[in-house]
Design a protein around this ligand. Structure first.
Ligand SMILES: N[C@@H](CCC(=O)N[C@@H](CS)C(=O)NCC(=O)O)C(=O)O
Length: 219
């Protein structure tokens, strides 16, 4: 199997796919789409992903988009280790937790929203940063409330990571990018420590990506 991942170092959605590929032991090459420079709008990339977003996963010449749909595809073609629980109710619970972040919170902070805030409403960089921190904090708080409903296992649904862990780890990583203090979210923080102790998560962190190192060198 050959996989190419169009991603970006700080992309939360690309993080999810990076982790899923690594947990399943699927080797991939990552192609950087610099979202802060607008590379997602290049006509050549629009041929790959008409939504002008990352991630896009190329598998044997076929393009797949939307991180959770990509992860479900990987689950179909490489079922082990499972990233979605076998039990129907647990599977629905894992999906619902992942979607708190992937569907409700993360879309509020992506580059197209930040640009719209600046261009249409005149928001300055500090206001936009505050907006992103607010919604990221709301997501972490909602997750914290769900985590307190069950004992730590040590992952969200048991002994192995699922999409529920991948989603919260991505949001934690984004909180790291925003330099947020996570002490108000002790269960989320403890879960993050468990996730990032695994190489699949640690190596997918934004600060471990070549694109981040390049930005650091030029700043
Ligand atoms: N729901 C999508 C979100 C995709 C998305 O919004 N990706 C962001 C980066 S994390 C992006 O490419 N944004 C481009 C833009 O906002 O212009 C998924 O889970 O894949």
């Amino acid at each position: 199997m050959t996989f190419q991942l169009y991603g970006f170092w700080r992309s939360n959605a690309a993080f999810r796919v990076r982790v899923a590929l690594a947990l399943k032991g699927l080797a991939f090459e990552e192609i950087d789409v610099d979202l802060l420079s607008g590379d997602q709008f290049d006509p050549a990339y629009a041929q790959v992903n008409a939504a002008h977003m990352v991630p896009t996963l190329m598998h044997d010449g076929h393009a797949l988009s939307q991180s959770l749909a990509i992860i479900e595809y990987l689950e179909d073609i490489a079922p082990q280790p499972r990233l979605l629980p076998e039990d129907s109710r647990e599977r629905a619970y894992a999906r619902s937790l992942a979607m708190i972040l992937a569907a409700d919170v993360h879309p509020l902070t992506v580059p197209r929203v930040r640009s719209h805030l600046a261009e249409t409403f005149g928001a300055d960089p500090a206001a936009i940063e505050a907006w992103c921190r607010h919604w990221t904090g709301e997501g972490l708080a909602a997750y914290e409330r769900f985590l307190t409903l069950r004992p730590a296992a040590p992952f969200v649904l048991g002994a192995e990571p699922t999409i529920a862990d991948i989603a919260i780890a991505g949001q934690i990583a984004l909180a790291d990018v925003y330099g947020m203090d996570r002490t108000a979210f002790p269960r989320v923080t403890a879960l993050g420590a468990v996730c990032f102790s695994l190489p699949a998560f640690a190596q997918a962190h934004p600060f471990e990506q070549a694109g981040y190192r390049a930005v650091r060198m030029h700043n």
